[in-house]
Design a protein around this ligand. Sequence first.
Ligand code: NAP
Length: 233
Amino acid sequence: MPLPPDLRDYEWVNTTFGFEVPKLKVETAGQAIGIMGGTFDPVHYGHLVAAEAARHRFGLVTVVFVPAGCPPHKRGLVRTNPRERYRLTELATCSNPWFRVSPLEIDRPGCSYTIDTARAFRALYGPDARLYFITGADALLEIMTWYRVEELLNECQFIAVTRPGYGGDQLRAIIDEWPAAFVSRFHFLAIPGLAISSTEIRRRLGTGRPIKYLVPETVENYIREVGLYQTNA
Ligand code: NAP
């Protein structure tokens, strides 16, 4: 039986939970693709709002969340198992047909260098794709120390998400000192009024305070079911 026209636009994608979720089929050749990079420990509404704002503002045909396996600047410091952070990200994104999640970094052994991820996306989407790496402005403050940063800047542009009181002005001052060709690879995206952070969520969970309305309900349920973030660290 043929599918109704609106369902022909979707494909069913497997999750690690065993259920499938509908995602929009997109023509990616020559298009703008968002790579949402972060530790997501845990993922929260701030991340989701930022990804959706970036999608809308930069005309991204899809935003792929890439939970870091082992972020280079936090070696040995992230206590939550990458698989659990991945599953939380799956739960958070399953209702948005433009959002996908990639296990690329959690499956790759060693440090999660962004250049390796950008190259993998380049191989997947081809030479004409415009790749945008989306992350927090304060995560980018030390970008000049990132592995193979010049190659990375050639491979993708950056969307620096700013929240009230977080790194925007500082990052702007740093990149204004760079050659114009680098500066033009950065875009700022302000998300006012969303001062949610993973650190605050972990703190709340560790001290028995509520996280309702800070993360999707499915994410909260999973955290409580598995018993994540129960100690204050
Ligand atoms: P982080 O230092 O934990 O984050 C710094 C700030 O940015 C936090 O306030 C964080 O808020 C926020 N943030 C992180 N990801 C975000 C996102 N996608 N959208 C909006 N805000 C975000 O940074 P991280 O999450 O560990 O790392 C960010 C990305 O940079 C990762 O993909 C990591 O692998 C990459 N990175 C690469 C290198 C390298 O290649 N050498 C070095 C450093 C980082 P929350 O805590 O609420 O998320």
